[in-house]
Ligand binder design. Sequence first.
Ligand code: ADP
Ligand code: NA
Length: 330
Amino acid sequence: DNRPRVFSGIQPTAGSFHLGNYLGAVRQWVALQETHDAFYSVVDLHSITIAKDPAELRANTRLAAAQLLAAGVDPDRATLFVQSHVAEHTQMSWVVECLTGFGEASRMTQFKDKSAKQGNDGTSVGLFTYPALMVADILLYHTNEVPVGEDQRQHLELTRNIAERFNARYGELFPVPEPHILKETGKIYDLQDPTVKMSKSASTPKGIVELLDEPKAVAKKIKSAVTDTDTVIRYAPEEKPGVSNLLTVYSTLTGAGIPELEEKYAGKGYGALKTDLAEVVTEWVTPFRERTQEYLGDPETLDGILAKGAEKARSVAAETLATVYDKVGF
Ligand code: ADP
Ligand code: NA
């Protein structure tokens, strides 16, 4: 397969993915598997930077894989695997850690935010070295493009720097990967505070659409989204972040252009937009929920897909790691 490579990962989390994860990242995964040699991973190693119950982690890893399949990741087109099944990720990570400056890692804003919340003693060393593991994930597959949300831009910049540094120090090996971050959907905003991103850790329950929520609950959240005191339905992210966020979601899920939607709702109120969007989202989550349940109801098939994916990923990763070790002098 000589198509360009894509790699991306998503953490197994309790409950479900949210609309931001889907529109910012997973939707791109599904599109890119048609044109690229795609490697997609449930990154369970990343998730223990914060203490996790073992049984829950195992269940959430399956749940994440089931959701990816339900969203349209096709194991015949893409390699879908669990990060911890491929030992090369941690082996490569050590090499990356030794190429990463302490100051450089200290400047990662995600680390600064999370460690500030958790305090020094509540912050694991793993949370600090997390970006190095992410760099390793990406480089192991000679990745050309990484579909992620806007919040990952800085980690991607680090990845590019490390790829260049490795090549300069040890000889040309890695392509310098490009972030694949969509302008429109790279940052989906919280429904209650449309100035901040929708997020599992920071959003209130009403601000976040979890994809496995009851479709009725999803509709209710859309209908109670915070907008503004104006009445005009217009895409203007700075002045009208709430309405613009709703238009983005609407446009992406239906394929209708933003100008088309502005025209459709000209002279109508926010209520009409929200009612229709609630229906659009409900129609999307209902089959998604059913498909996820189907995969979860057949763990043998699910585990089989992941085992096959791990085998394929391992064969690529092992070859890269052997070359890396050789170049490093092991
Ligand atoms: P992390 O917490 O380490 O960022 P997640 O598993 O939460 O990782 O994120 C999975 C993917 O979803 C990432 O590509 C991330 O950039 C993307 N994402 C998360 N929140 C949003 C959002 N509100 N809008 C768009 N993309 C998002
Ligand atoms: Na995130």
